[in-house]
Design a protein around this ligand. Sequence first.
Ligand code: HEM
Length: 561
Amino acid sequence: MSTVDEAQNETLSARTVLCLSLLVTSVLWFLHRWQQQSRMYKMGNKIPGPMGLPIFGHALLALGVKPEHIVPLGLQYAEKYGSVVRGWFGSRLIVFLMEPRDVEVILNSQIHIDKSVEYEFFEPWLGEGLLISSGEKWRSHRKMIAPTFHINILKSFVGVFNKNSRKVVDKMRSEIGKTFDVHDHMSEVTVDILLETAMGIDRKIQDKSGFDYAMAVMKMCDIIHQRHYKFWLRLDFMFRFTSFFKLQTSLLNIIHGLTSKVIKSKKEAYLKNKAQGITPPTLEELMRTPESSDDVSGAQTLADAVFEGYRDDLDANDENDIGAKKRLAFLDLMVESAQTGVNNISDEEIKEEVDTIMFEGHDTTAAGSSFVLCLLGVHQDIQAKVYDELYEIFGDSDRPATFADTLQMKYLERVIFETLRMYPPVPGIARKLKEDVQIVTNNYILPAGATIIIPMLAIHRHPQHYKNPNVFDPDNFLPENSQGRHYYSFIPFSAGPRSCVGRKYALLKLKILLSTVLRDYRVVSAVPEEQFQLRADIILKRADGFRLRLEPRERRPSNVH
Ligand code: HEM
């Protein structure tokens, strides 16, 4: 090739590069202009928030940020920009609401019940289960599932809660004197309890798969969380080429393996029983168990008072006992409905709901109980008060707790609530707006299509609602200190039509599990609370592990030496 040809080629490639750069710049410029002209952009920018980059908005904020730094970063933004903050994820408007009156507008609505696109990452795992489904499917499944958490059914679970709590207490004996991660134990016992209560699966057919399941769920949450804030992982076609995808496939094999096994065994039992003319126990029969025979009608718990402001279908179900004869526990109902065609539910839908209940019911309470124990490990004075209350109820006996006992655990209940306030296991939830909506703060109009994030963690730590929001103080929930506080300033279980169906189940189970552990052990944390490293992998956890030490407890009140 001559020198002239070479020179011509170089000029050509320089021209190509120039043309391509011009093309890319023009496309980006048009994209930017289009964004700026959009209705969403104009309305969204009336709301305060940090400056973003053109086109990307704030999508690159998470670049290089470690997962454990996201929670403190979010809290900093909440403090800096006030109770309504907007951000842009590309051209998507994201609005964070921290004012309880605004939160009520969204959560109490029958219209804004659709989950945001972030929940789609759950789909390979939970399908269209209750957590992510919408429209008629969600409505009809919610109507079917909520009554299976009726208070009388829960009372019949007290025996199983006790038995498994005792088992984990015995197992934890081998940890005495060591520093260990209490979450491993809380996670395993929670899966076992769920299998036995909600799924009605006999302990005999359970095996080590409960522990493998719990570990797989934790890793799945980590993957989904990374997909939330790393924009390149959001795109399915890119995600498929990453090692995360491979890991997800093997984790889902473990998770779905267990749920399929559970459903198969329940179905076989149902068919076998049906052939012999045996039907699953109804609510009436369940209520005849000794644990549920306590006469405690009319007794009020703290939960009754705190959640009074957002009464939901769970309360309505408990008060309206029509149909008690027909009411069944969760999986019995699903299987029977599928077999008889009553509720028109397919086998695939049963699997989705079982996966959903197993996930929602497990990781949340495992984190909640682990946080309570770690906080009591730090705050020895509060632990002493909890123990004194338990001593008053049980003395030095080993007897299991009854439902009536749980109503006496008033201080423990305040401790649980304060833990859920400062360390809500679900630190935030998100909705996609179907229609424009006007909120209370500055009468802002949030446009249809916007994603609304409700960060419970930030709301629960707002000084406007709690005097010393970063100080662990169960007395925040004394009636005199709760007076005048907006109901939506404490929403660990969300609120409104899409509130947590497992709220009453969770609170009862936590009281029995925690009281059983604390009657046998004094828990000690060498890590002060300020050094807890919070990480919000969908469920709030400690990135540094829920490290604790156990000391066998001498059964006597704290003031007797
Ligand atoms: C401390 C324990 C728990 C906490 C803090 C908690 C919290 C929550 C929250 C905040 C939501 C709303 C999620 C959203 O809108 O994205 C929710 C929904 C849900 N929870 Fe829980 N939960 C707990 C325990 C349980 C238990 C024990 C079960 C079942 C056994 C359960 C089953 C569900 C289900 C099925 C939903 C979806 C409800 C719907 O969309 O209609 N949860 N939970």
